[in-house]
Write a protein that binds this ligand. Structure first.
Ligand SMILES: *Cc1c(COP(=O)(O)O)cnc(C)c1O
Length: 371
């Protein structure tokens, strides 16, 4: 844990990142620069030239994200925008890509439908057996831990070391943890991708994503991809995300602490057939979670008796929004099988929000009692 703690971002300094660089009379809150054109007589030199290439609101947001990640960042209009940038900027025909077979399903779709037909060989492995077979001959290894929605873990440091030794690069989707909960770059991973639609934004009112890397060549490749493909975020979304990040620390702390308390209690409830939460000592991933995660996250899965009972639980609990996606201030839940994930019909992914924990427990327990 020592190493992990040492690299934690200073969150007080984060809140004053902008303020400490201000001149007298400037606004304390971040201005929203909503312009496609810049006043540009004569030679463009190094001035902002066009809205697809430069935007001051993105730059401020990337500066904030850089503080959180401890690495330069580039923002994208969604998590998939960031994942596409990372994969299209690094892969070429004839190369081999390894992805988790049980990770976020749209990453698999992207690989299957678009990367394969460009001559990239796509290999899938379940997260729980990700290291089986080694990493020789794999050019890009894409990781997701905890995997969404199964919440299996993979040893980031071990995989990063092995892939680097055989000449490949590693990309980790850190959406479920945020840089406050897990720091893949500090564990040796080359690139982090994330959907900021989830806990980073936190208010369920925007879609965005980012890429973070300490490798200047990879950063340049991702930057070029954004400029040339046009996968740019809107300035208003960037502004909203910047605002959301100012409360990330308090929101995330509340969500993770509540999840730890609730998981212990939910594990005892007779209506819960199975539970996965990396923070539970009985979880198969607990030891690895303790060694590589700073927090255990705010996601857990509950398996209830059947689809009907799971729907009843989700739809009758007054403090649960029946919704896809996660990481908002409002607790939410859904049955993942409705999207085709390989899970039990009664499998519920629960995202713990910012409600006071005792109120939330009363509501969850009450809904489970009626099943
Ligand atoms: C939601 C999600 C994404 C995709 O993000 P969008 O912002 O919806 O494009 C990618 N990875 C994981 C793990 C996610 O949960």
């Amino acid at each position: 844990m020592d190493d992990i703690e040492r690299h934690a971002p200073a969150m007080g300094a984060f809140l004053h990142l902008r303020g400490n660089a201000l001149s007298k009379g400037e606004p304390v809150a971040l201005p929203l620069v909503q312009s496609s054109m810049y006043h540009l007589p004569g030679e463009p030199e190094r001035f902002s030239n066009y809205g697809r290439v430069h935007n001051a609101t993105w730059v401020a947001l990337e500066h904030a994200l850089e503080h959180l990640e401890g690495a330069p960042c580039r923002v994208f209009p969604s998590g998939m925008g960031a994942i596409s940038a990372a994969l299209f900027a690094t892969l070429k025909a004839g190369q081999r890509l390894l992805i988790p077979g049980d990770g976020y399903y749209v990453t698999r779709l992207l690989s299957d439908r678009y990367l394969r037909r460009l001559g990239i060989e796509v290999v899938e492995r379940p997260t729980a057996e990700f290291t089986t077979g080694g990493f020789a001959g794999l050019d890009v290894v894409f990781l997701e831990t905890p995997s969404n929605p199964g919440l299996d873990l993979v040893d980031l440091a071990a995989v990063a070391r092995a892939v680097r030794a055989s000449g490949g690069i590693t990309i980790c989707d850190n959406t479920t943890m945020t840089p406050l909960g897990q720091r893949p770059l500090d564990l040796g991973v080359d690139m982090v991708v994330a959907s900021d639609t989830k806990a980073m934004g936190g208010h369920s009112d925007l879609l965005m994503g980012h890429v973070a890397t300490r490798d200047p060549d990879l950063l340049q490749a991702v930057d070029d991809w954004r400029r040339i493909s046009g996968a740019i975020p809107g300035p208003h979304e960037a502004w909203l995300l910047h605002r959301g990040l100012e409360t990330l620390d308090v929101r995330y702390d509340r969500m993770c602490t509540s999840a730890e308390i609730l998981a212990e209690r939910l594990a005892q409830h007779s209506a819960v057939k199975a539970i996965r939460f990396p923070g539970l000592p009985s979880d198969p991933s607990h030891n690895l979670a303790r060694s590589q995660m700073r927090r255990f996250g705010f996601l857990m899965s509950l398996t209830l008796e059947d689809a009907g009972k799971a729907e009843q639980f989700i739809n009758t609990c007054p403090l649960l929004r029946p919704a896809t996606s996660f990481g908002g201030v409002h607790s939410s839940a859904e049955r993942r099988i409705r999207w085709g994930d390989a899970v039990d019909p009664g499998f519920v992914r629960l995202s713990v929000g910012c409600e006071p924990v005792e109120e939330l427990w009363q509501a969850l327990n009450g809904a489970l009692d009626t099943l």
